[in-house]
Design a binder for this molecule. Sequence first.
Ligand code: ADP
Ligand code: ASP
Ligand code: MG
Length: 410
Amino acid sequence: MALLVQKFGGTSVGTTERIEAVAERICRFRREGHDLVIVVSAMSGETNRLIGLANAIMEEPTPREMDVLVSTGEQVTIALLCMALHKRGCDARSYTGSQVRIVTDSAHTKARIKQIDEENMRADLNAGRVVVVAGFQGIDERGSITTLGRGGSDTTAVALAAALKADECQIYTDVDGVYTTDPRVVEKARRLDRITFEEMIEMASLGSKVLQIRSVEFAGKYNVPLRVLSSFGEGEGTLITLEDDTIMEQPVVSGIAFNRDEAKLTISGVPDTPGVALRILKPVSDANIEVDMIVQNVGADGHTDFTFTVHRNDFKRAREVLDGVARELGAREVTGDNKTVKVSIVGVGMRSHAGVATRMFEALSNEGINIQMISTSEIKISVVIDEKYLELAVRALHTAFDLDKPEAEA
Ligand code: ADP
Ligand code: ASP
Ligand code: MG
């Protein structure tokens, strides 16, 4: 008998039939004697639908009202799931984020959890009830509804598991675990039995949105055992773990992540003087635009080029800002390309292997794929390439790093 926090994502509660199937599964766990706190997302497509309604009225609604609106999606599913549980004779009670008292800061649409009251949940668990909590939402000190960013129900689940010291936090979704790469893109992608927190954080932040990044960071920080599994089938799923020193032969690369939202901007012929990076990038960050990769070329004749990437949604604005900077600095020109993507290989095994980058570049070169930018860290290498090569690049790398084979052979 264990205390489990189980989260069911949008697809898993996408119809009333699926909500009933989730209820069946929960009843089974109850019969086995487990204490359960359930976190649910909105029905799939609902959060996007609500955002669409807001945008039909105005382009930039206030973040506070946006949160009041989008948090309603999860309120629907907690009630429906409790009804489906009651119908099966399973005692359950629903809570919105504010009713639990999941207290966050006031950064609407991307709030961070500060504190969780356990009292209501403990009382229900002690009374033998299943606790059903709306994911993605909280309340700030002033009593305003907040949300945790897209995919935030994962973070709600991990935070509740940490607060309650649950035995495991289980993320039920529409795939049966974390794969070597997105199985929707590469048919040969394989489920991993285990992946380290560090690798999962890189995978998530480099584009594998199977888990919200913050949920993995949170689980790593508070040592919450975290597992990804299927809501539709059975199986052990993928356990996210601390690095295991006992595994002698780590694969060099554990997974391949990609991000289709990358756009590239170059400002050429800027004076190669101290402070130039600041003069280029400060106006960009002042405009609230996040910069991802940055490359400055070696200068020649006292001038240099500077290239960086931003989210595609920010491309137009970033270009306008950069045009202003170019005029001020007397730069030669500004060019941009919003048809680029970032592909990354991730693995703690890279620490102890040489020649990983060469192998990556060779695989891409064999396919005639031009690398536009490169960035590396201890456990990842990312490249920016033309979007038309995305699938080809991911497949080629998947093969080059032996990920097509079953784990035992790799
Ligand atoms: P949920 O609605 O349950 O939160 P998400 O859509 O957020 O589900 O996450 C599951 C999806 O993540 C999968 O359907 C899959 O296409 C995608 N995904 C991307 N990268 C990976 C990966 N490496 N392993 C598994 N799934 C991945
Ligand atoms: N419903 C929210 C979203 O679509 C939160 C979540 O599903 O985790 O982003
Ligand atoms: Mg999700």
